[in-house]
Design a protein around this ligand. Structure first.
Ligand code: FAD
Length: 520
């Protein structure tokens, strides 16, 4: 690492800051280049952050996001004046299943963490206008005439990215005409405090939907679907007050932020071009129902950070970075598919689509079995790298489809390992994030793993026996680790391999594959 140029991160949005923090965790210095003069301190934007993303932020030192966020418990869905169904998050787990927190506060926490890091330098007012790549690195050019030399670039420059365009990478997909009005509100709303409420066609927004989310400190985020010709300027004042009063009644309220947005469903042709990786909204944009925007940008950041760090530290070949595109673009395409299905239900683009939507809602009002057809957003989940070039398939542990909401997937190569509390107040995932991990069933001979680290020079490799970690002996069962098995877990807690008949050669081969050597 000595003498290596820093990694350049373009954009100090939440994905850029997370990338820099995770690189620093691996000891890799970075320079974050941001075109804005200062961080914007208002506006909720991304509010729902999912447990596995909170876990990544905790690893990045930003555990405050989970602590400060409001852990909501219940999602209720209404049609006109009637409640159709509700569900609760299944378990409390090690971290809340989901918290609501404004994106501006999330960015502030991330920025404070970055400021405390010697390995991160944030340069504001640096608009990156172009870059040149050569065999040894990348030179980034800024609008003020300055240039930065970097070993790699992670472009987290958001949706309108000139960098992506300059690399010749397209962002095909569609943009929708439908508009959404967002208001951040401060009010006391008894009964709403730990809920997400989704209203289809309420009498106070006929033919359209409204979404209400509780946030910390008695704040609420309300989204109204509004007609394509909606004018915010005309709405401000009595119109907006009337709209809000239909929800809060006569209670006092204060408006914090008002905005109108349209949304896009787009995924980049490629997420890597030489030494430049695209992450977050720079690589994909989704309709926000299901909260798959930032909740997928953060795993991009994690995937990019560990792989760049492993290459720069000499633990893995540069080919490891090919798997960034393979894994994260597949994740983006899954998110595109899921959110597009939601949009087809929420905002049909044809008259027959509207009729089908109305019929489905009417059916659901009288038939609990019909609620499965109601799609108000499938909540973000970690992607499974089952088809990744880094994953060693195992026929006895085939991946199955997504389990019902709240159920844990049986372990399979590529799937993320569930978190678990450990004695002493730590969590399993905290240990896994330090490098690769071999999880050994109680009956696997210890000498299988002795000296294995030497087979992949310098690679951080920890050997754990769940039976030793958990004195009550339930951890192996909870994870689904069978007698005789060895699991190889990646630094992002995804299973690289499950070896039912482990030998030193099999473990070494799986490790080499997970490091990208198999592609050589
Ligand atoms: C209404 C709404 C609700 C949403 N709700 C959710 C939700 O609940 N959950 C969720 O997960 N996601 C949600 N999202 C999506 C989420 O807001 C985005 O996915 C997230 O902002 C992406 O972060 P990012 O860092 O990739 O990009 P951005 O936040 O766009 O940051 C990009 C940064 O790069 C900078 N930049 C751009 N070009 C350059 C350049 N050339 N040089 C230097 N700097 C540059 C920009 O100034 C900016 O600071 C929502 C989005 C909207 C609009």
């Amino acid at each position: 690492m000595t003498g290596t140029d820093p990694v350049a991160v373009v954009g100090a949005g939440p994905v850029g800051l997370t990338t820099a923090l995770l690189l620093a965790r691996w000891g890799v210095p970075s320079v974050v280049l941001e075109r804005r003069p200062v961080r914007e301190a208002i506006g909720s934007r991304s509010i729902c952050q999912q447990r596995d993303v909170l876990d990544i932020w905790a690893a990045a030192g930003a555990g405050a996001i989970a602590e400060e966020g409001l852990a909501w418990t219940t999602a209720r869905t209404f049609y006109r004046t009637r409640e159709l169904f509700s569900w609760r998050f299944a378990d409390a787990g090690t971290l809340p299943p989901c918290v609501n927190i404004s994106q501006s506060r999330t960015e502030q926490i991330l920025e404070e963490c970055a400021a405390a890091q010697d390995l991160i330098e944030i340069r504001w007012n640096r608009d990156v206008t172009g870059l040149d790549q050569d065999a040894d690195g990348v030179t980034l050019h800024c609008a003020d005439g300055s240039a930065v030399r970097a070993s790699y670039v992670v472009s987290c420059a958001g949706g309108r990215s000139e960098i992506r365009e300059s690399l010749g990478i397209g962002l095909p997909g569609e943009s929708f005409d439908d508009r959404f009005l967002i208001v951040d509100l401060h009010a006391d709303l008894p009964g709403f405090e730990h809920e997400r409420r989704f209203y289809f066609d309420p009498p106070w927004n006929p033919g359209r939907q409204v979404l209400i989310h509780a946030c910390p400190d008695s704040r609420y985020r309300i989204d109204w679907q509004v007609p394509p010709n909606f004018s915010l300027a005309d709405e401000m004042g009595p119109g907006l007050d009337r709209r809000i009063r239909q929800i809060v009644g006569s209670r006092p309220y204060e408006v914090g932020w008002v905005s109108v947005y349209t949304f896009h469903s787009r995924v980049a042709d490629r997420m890597r071009c030489g030494r430049v990786l695209l992450a977050g909204d720079c690589a994909h944009q989704f309709a926000p129902f299901g909260a798959r925007g930032l909740n997928s940008g953060v795993p991009d950041a994690e995937n990019a950070a560990w792989k760049i760090a492993f290459v720069l530290r000499g633990w893995a070949p540069p080919q490891l970075l090919d798997s960034y595109d393979a894994e994260r673009r597949a994740a983006a395409l899954e998110n595109l598919e899921v959110t597009s299905a939601t949009m087809r239900f929420l905002v049909p683009q044809s008259e027959p689509g509207w009729t089908a939507r109305r019929r489905a809602l009417e059916r659901a009002a009288g038939d609990p079995d019909a609620v499965a057809a109601i799609d108000s957003g499938r909540f973000a989940e970690p992607f499974w790298y089952t088809a990744s070039p880094l994953t060693t398939p195992e026929p006895t542990r085939p991946p199955t489809g997504r389990p019902p909401k709240g159920a844990v997937h049986p372990p399979a190569p590529g799937v993320i390992v569930p978190d678990a509390p450990l004695p002493g107040g730590t969590r399993l995932r905290e240990l896994l994030r330090d490098g690769f991990t071999l999880l050994l069933a109680a009956d696997v001979p210890g000498d299988l793993a002795t000296g294995l680290a030497g087979t992949a020079e310098g690679v951080p490799l920890r050997i754990l026996r769940p039976a030793d970690l958990d004195h009550r002996g339930g951890l192996a069962t909870a994870l689904g680790l069978r007698p005789g098995e060895v699991w190889l877990v990646r630094p992002d807690a995804h299973l690289a391999a499950i070896l039912p008949r482990p030998t030193r050669a099999a473990v070494t081969a799986a490790l080499h594959r997970a490091l990208g050597f198999a592609a050589l």
